[in-house]
Design a protein around this ligand. Structure first.
Ligand code: ATP
Length: 606
């Protein structure tokens, strides 16, 4: 009956917004969670049996107390006392056993269900279309994976069982009270609604504040995340004290909201305690008088008070757990919402037309229109038609914001065009299986994405089952082998978070090695704009030449050398194709190209 063993009051996670609609969303929450609990029905049954068993034992302890008082303490025989104590000890032993089983099974269930839920959410997240992550802050998605699931773990592993146990205790204690003394029981029955009323009323207020509190905690988290991510910028502009100040404000706002919530909650607890002990005192007064008048034994009164306190603490526990269950409703809702987001671009449709059947890997953009979901009124690509023959290379040039990167994103189907279509060997890429389409494409981005792992892992990302020899061969072809060998642990050298321990040119060459290992039919290159030193540049160029051979290649070209080597050049401006041809042709027909080329020549000359 003690609710100190598993304190319900504070979970390590912040308060989360609770849903405003009450019992309906609670039912939905249980229905949603049930899908995850169902596979472990046996454990659940075991836990419930243990729970009922321990509740029964706890209730019978009241009878033990009665025996102890009547037979042992107020009787004369020490034999009777010994017997009563033995009965109590036996009950305690059984309870310890039952509690062990209950605690283990229930906590196991909480951990297991949350582990499954986390996996389900993550599995779903990695298949979502990229624009989802533009409209939803990554910090918020992370907090669903960690904070919301941790809260649910607490709820399933602790709060549910406490609520159920308290409900059982409440009913059991009530029945036993009625058997022990009808008049006193009626007093208790009048007292209980008095205790419940403020709980329900105040509970609502606390819930509203919880939502505000959670939102401000999320703000604090994303603020800190951003600062840590850009720590070098913060320090180089010596903005530390400004950031400290701004962060402190966020934290203080969160504190103020939390303070209001805590005050309401403290008030709630105080009122409950006051009412509960008021009721117990009333009971002792009436029952004590009955005992003095000889209408009740002292053991009966002791048992009665025992049950009344048990009932009271059951109600108190439910009041605490109630708030948590409300918060869990919010957390579950958010997780289920996330699970129900449908990817606009399915990763694998199982469609018949597999890109693996590509014959020459010819890429064509046909009257493509596109604007990003976050900027629907601003076209990023407008009526663009462009053709790249299989095995040939096309350089995209144009001022910043012309839509060059967007074309590469569309071709990888991170977004779908709003008008027109993109075809591979004449087949609309929307009709292809997305996974097999992407398997045909390798990208070497301007800022290569490296994972917090070693060199080998990062190169092998292009082909997870590649042998060590294949990895080394790819690194050699990418002109990366020499510098990798000079790293402290060669191919096993750890690269630090996002590959921070490598130079720009080295990162690029790892990305090229990764692409070589993938051995794609189509290659998308976004040349680094940052100037590499002559030697790095030479190595990167060599590596790229090797990689481009016999592959359909689209390059966002910033370097003159690349532009001159490309089979064809497309000039883009404001999402439109303004000219296409060879370098010589374009110099003559496209003033924009001429200007861009002159700038390049000047740079190259310099
Ligand atoms: N995720 C996005 N959400 C909204 N708008 C975007 C997004 N990415 C790019 N844009 C906008 O789309 C337009 C085309 O951008 P894109 O990145 O394709 O240009 P770019 O030619 O590759 O430029 P750069 O050479 O500077 O990389 C720009 O106006 C840009 O602001």
């Amino acid at each position: 009956m003690s609710n100190t063993a598993e304190p319900a009051a504070t979970s390590p996670v912040a308060d989360l917004p609770a849903s405003t609609t009450s019992s309906q969303s609670a039912r939905q929450m249980i229905a949603a969670l049930w899908q995850f609990v169902r596979p472990y029905k046996k454990v659940l049954v075991g836990a419930v049996v243990a729970l009922v068993f321990t509740a029964g034992i706890t209730l019978s302890i009241g009878q033990g107390v009665r025996l102890l008082v009547d037979e042992g303490l107020t009787g004369d025989s020490s034999q009777a006392l010994a017997q009563a104590v033995l009965v109590l000890l036996a009950l305690a032993g059984l309870m310890a056993m039952g509690t062990y089983v209950r605690f283990y099974l229930v906590s196991w269930l909480g951990e297991r269900v949350v582990a499954d839920l986390r996996k389900a959410v993550f599995d779903h997240i990695v298949t979502l279309h990229p624009s989802y992550f533009e409209t939803n802050r990554s910090g918020e998605i992370m907090s669903r994976l960690t904070t919301d699931t941790t809260l649910l773990q607490h709820i399933i592993g602790t709060s549910f069982s406490m609520a159920l146990r308290s409900a059982l205790m409440f009913v059991g204690a009530l029945v036993l009270l009625l058997f022990t003394d009808l008049k006193l029981s009626l007093i208790v029955l009048v007292g209980v609604p008095l205790v419940l009323l403020p709980i329900v009323l105040y509970g609502r207020r606390v819930r509203k504040l919880s939502k505000a509190s959670q939102d401000s905690i999320a703000d604090v988290g994303s603020y800190a995340g951003e600062i840590i991510q850009h720590i070098k910028t913060v320090q180089s502009y010596t903005r530390e004290s400004y950031e400290k100040h701004a962060f402190a404000e966020e934290v203080e706002t969160a504190f103020k909201i939390a303070k209001r919530r805590v005050r309401q909650r403290a008030l709630l607890i105080a009122v409950v305690i006051l009412l509960m002990f008021g009721a117990v005192s009333g009971l002792l007064w009436v029952g004590g008088n009955d005992m003095i008048a000889g209408r009740m034994s002292s053991g009966d009164l002791a048992a009665f008070v025992f049950y009344a306190v048990m009932m009271g603490s059951a109600v108190a526990t439910i009041s605490e757990v109630y708030g948590e269950l409300q918060r869990a409703t919010g957390a579950t809702e958010r997780l289920m919402d996330l699970l129900q987001v449908e990817s606009e671009i399915p990763v694998s449709t199982g469609a018949a037309s597999a890109a693996s059947a590509l014959s020459c890997a010819q890429v064509a953009f046909e009257a493509v229109d596109f604007s990003y979901p976050s900027r629907p009124d601003q076209p990023a690509v407008l009526g663009l038609s462009l053709n790249v023959e299989g095995g040939r290379s096309l350089a995209l040039v144009g001022p910043s914001g012309a839509g060059k990167s967007t074309l590469l994103e569309l071709l990888q189907r991170f977004y779908d065009p709003l008008g027109g279509r993109i075809t591979l060997d004449g087949v609309d890429i929307r009709k292809m299986d997305t996974a097999s389409l992407r398997r045909q494409i390798a990208v070497v981005p301007q800022q290569p994405a490296l994972f917090t792992a070693d060199v080998c892992y990062n190169i092998r990302y292009g082909k997870p089952d590649a042998s060590d020899e294949e990895v080394i061969a790819a690194a050699k072809a990418a002109h990366a082998h020499e510098f990798i060998q000079q790293l402290p642990d060669g191919y096993n050298s750890h690269l630090g978070e996002q590959g921070t321990r490598l130079s720009g040119g080295q990162k690029q060459r790892l990305a090229i090695a990764r692409a070589i290992l993938k051995d794609p039919r189509i290659l998308l290159l976004d040349e680094a704009t940052s100037a590499l030193d002559a030697e790095s540049e030479y190595h990167v160029q060599q590596a790229l030449q090797a990689l481009m051979r016999n592959r359909t290649t689209i390059i966002i070209a910033h370097r003159l050398a690349t532009i001159l080597h490309a089979d064809n050049i497309a000039v883009l401006d404001q999402g439109q194709l303004v000219a296409k041809g060879s370098h010589q042709e374009l110099i003559e027909v496209s003033p924009l190209y001429k200007r861009l080329a002159e700038l390049q020549f000047q740079e190259a000359g310099a």
